[in-house]
Design a protein around this ligand. Structure first.
Ligand SMILES: [Zn+2]
Length: 652
């Protein structure tokens, strides 16, 4: 399946970008108390009433509120917010707390209670307070990272041994946040004898939350105290797997002496894939097995500035590349329904600083740092860098809308974000193809690529007329495509008034109720387009234009009626149309169109023996999508295609 850019923006709950000065103000975090919030809201309400601005919200930029989560957390499905209550330690009264961009439609109450445990001491940075009609105060947080957890209440006088027991019980119950807070008490206890065990268990709890970077810190600390601690090696193996450091994972599993055979084999397989770029996908391609686990792979690709300044950064080939060669394998940062994507990305950031920097880097100069995208590089938690969070919500909203891909061309289709492939710029004559294998994206050369050539892919279906392509690039992504194909077609449009009319007529035809009439008109358009381009000297320019009006040609070749005159096929053959598609947008859902075109040239429908040259062209197209495959495999695959098999990997 080949995902493509979404044509609709992604909704996010959040305030507008804050700006630098405000961020600096925020860093000071002067404390604020409950009484002050009440007072401000009251004054604000009076002000609001005077000038009739209505909304009664107070932002305490640069302030922080200390309190305890005093109620069990829950989910407000409307807008997917987490609700809880925050109270001062000894004060019976409480404020409601609402946290946006954390809950997903699949989030359970148990899960939010684990992340927002009752009894946790919290510091809420930059609160926004508002008053309900009933006079209840609500503290709104749009960025889950605005909450610092300072620990969990334990009864006074509890011995460290007792805390240890509670922590172990919490870990057993997979209550990871609670376990982490309790274990922190043990770790921090002066002269505590079980320090290695406590660090090791806390590492395990971080792992349970998928916080690999934090887990890594604890594993390192545990091994400083006791470099032979075997259980910590086992955990290290797991966290290195999560961080995609497969060699280190294998080494740690080996040292632990506790890992099973399957785990060791799994590491070895992932190492081999990454070293060779050989991913065994045959069973998956044929739909006989589910997607295999794959690690990220970075081929001969570098980041750079596109020649067209409007496009900004892009990816470039660092060497000469043959069609079909694998360039990138990239696991999704997140795949989720449209409305869940921002929250899912926020949660990814909560657990991984590398992800955070990759996301934010998409919108700034940070990502010029290719090291950030090296699969084996690990970023370690750094308190100094926390300020970047203040702009995270608007930045993530923006990058969801700009960079996320829609998996299928349907409004309800899930969306995904693949950080490095997201930097590939658009062209209407793309040179790379992309396929989803599970939630990993495989990016391949769809034609031969020169060293230092920019990699490009289409942001939308480019088998469309120039005007329609321009409409989408302008209105949705805010740029004008200046690819060679667009320039050639723009010139034709300027010279010949027929071209803009073809598009208008195609749109009119699509609206007709009588399908036979609509098809007849489309066939007429294809014939006229063909007459217009007959005088073009360059064969590839003819191919581009044919592809632009493909829906008209399609009506001519694939939806012929017995009485329609063969005007089109006397001008251009089905094979030429196949070649036009392959020359214009190889790798983009055209295999099945090509098969249909090849079959349309046969004297009777249902015959499978298409011409040698058609078959060889289809094989070439398969190379762009599947990469180099063994002869026997390709034969089986193409035979199945001709028999009408519908392979998932070819869907768009
Ligand atoms: Zn273009």
């Amino acid at each position: 399946m080949a995902p493509h850019r979404s044509k609709d923006p992604v909704p996010v709950l959040g305030p507008p970008a804050l700006g630098k000065q405000k961020i600096l103000d925020l860093l000071k975090f002067r404390p604020i108390d409950f009484a002050e919030i009440q007072k401000s809201l009251r004054e604000n309400a009076e002000e609001a009433a005077k000038v009739k601005i209505g909304e009664n919200k107070v932002e305490f930029s640069g302030r922080s509120l200390l309190g305890t989560l005093s109620r069990d957390a829950g989910i407000i499905k409307d807008g997917m917010r987490v609700s809880s209550a925050i109270a001062e330690r000894s004060d019976g009264d409480f404020f409601y707390l609402l946290v946006s961009n954390f809950a997903l439609s699949s989030t359970t109450v148990e899960e939010v209670r684990m992340h927002f445990p009752k009894g946790a001491r919290v510091k809420i940075k930059h609160p926004r307070a508002l008053c309900t009609a009933k006079g209840r105060v609500i503290i709104e947080i749009h960025n889950p990272m605005y909450i610092d957890f300072l620990g969990i209440e334990v009864p006074d006088g509890l011995t460290v041994e007792k805390i240890w027991e509670e922590a172990s019980a919490a870990l057993e119950k997979k209550d990871y946040v609670r376990a982490i807070h309790l274990l922190t008490r043990c770790v921090d206890e002066e002269g505590y004898k079980n320090k290695v065990e406590a660090l090791s268990k806390r590492c395990q709890a971080w792992l349970g939350l998928n916080c690999y970077e934090r887990a890594f810190e604890d594993a390192k600390r545990a091994h400083v105290v006791d470099s032979t601690h075997r259980h910590t090696y086992l955990l290290k193996g797991q966290l290195f797997l999560g961080l995609q450091k497969f060699r280190a994972a294998l080494d740690s599993f080996y040292r632990s002496g506790l890992a099973d055979d399957d785990t060791m084999k799994r590491c070895a397989r992932l190492i081999e894939q990454r070293d060779t770029g050989n991913y065994e996908l045959r069973e998956f391609i044929l739909g006989k097995s589910k997607a295999p686990e794959v690690g990220d792979y970075l081929g001969p690709v570098r980041m750079g500035m596109a020649a067209d300044e409007e496009k900004g950064r892009g990816l470039f080939a660092t060497e000469e590349i043959k069609a079909g060669q694998l360039l990138l394998v990239w696991n999704a940062a997140a795949v989720a329904p449209r409305e869940d994507l921002p929250a899912k990305l926020m949660r990814k950031c909560l657990t991984s600083r590398k992800s955070l920097f990759q996301f934010l880097g998409l919108d700034s100069e940070l990502a010029m740092e290719m090291g950030l995208f090296k699969p084996t590089n690990v970023l370690i938690h750094d308190q100094q860098q926390d300020y970047i969070w203040f702009d995270a919500v608007p930045a993530i909203a923006k990058l969801c809308s700009s960079y996320a891909f829609q998996i299928e061309d349907k409004p309800e289709s899930p969306m995904g974000l693949w950080t490095l492939p997201a930097l590939i710029n658009h062209s209407c004559v793309p040179n790379v193809s992309q396929q989803m294998v599970g939630t990993a994206l495989f990016v391949r050369a769809a034609r031969n690529i020169r060293a230092e050539e920019e990699l490009t892919l289409p942001y939308m279906d480019v088998k469309k007329p120039l005007d329609e392509r321009m409409y989408w690039t302008d209105s949705r992504w805010g740029f004008t495509c200046k690819c060679l194909r667009c320039r050639v077609e723009a010139r034709l449009h300027a010279q010949r008034p027929e071209f803009p009319c073809f598009h208008a007529r195609m749109r009119e035809a699509a609206k007709r109720k009588d399908r036979a009439e609509a098809l007849e008109e489309l066939r007429r358009i294809a014939v006229e387009v063909e007459d217009q381009i007959a005088t073009l000297a360059s064969p590839v320019e003819r191919d581009w234009v044919r592809t632009s009006y493909y829906s008209a040609y399609r009506a001519g070749f694939l939806e012929r009626s017995s009485d329609s005159p063969a005007k089109l096929s006397s001008r251009v053959s089905a094979y030429q149309m196949m070649a036009a598609l392959h020359a214009t947008c190889p790798g983009y859902g055209i295999v099945r169109e090509m098969v249909a075109l090849a079959k349309s040239a046969l004297p009777s429908p249902g015959m499978e023996a298409i011409s040698e040259k058609s078959r060889s062209l289809i094989e070439k197209e398969c190379l762009c999508v599947l990469g180099e495959q063994k002869r026997e495999f390709l034969d089986v695959f193409v035979d199945e295609l001709l028999k009408g098999a519908d392979f998932d990997i070819l869907r768009t």
